[in-house]
Design a protein. Sequence first.
Length: 81
Amino acid sequence: MPLRRDAANLSRIHCELVPFDAALAQSMSDRAVQVVQASAGQELLPRAAAERSSVVCRGGKTSGGWHASCSWQDRCWGDAR
Ligand code: SF4
């Protein structure tokens, strides 16, 4: 699907119809609620990576695809934690 990959690489809005998965939808909704509640309580959730040099933070390509550099690195890895 070259069109999908191109749209994702350019950070453009991309819409795609996918089969409905009730369990996945509920799981993602539950995660969103957890993030909102943690934010409201000024709670810091665990980082997605163990090190700032990881691909998800600094950007790069993995077997899972391309990751852009995270814009929140300074805040995430700063002295606030
Ligand atoms: S720097 Fe960004 S991608 Fe890395 S753990 Fe922090 S928020 Fe997640």
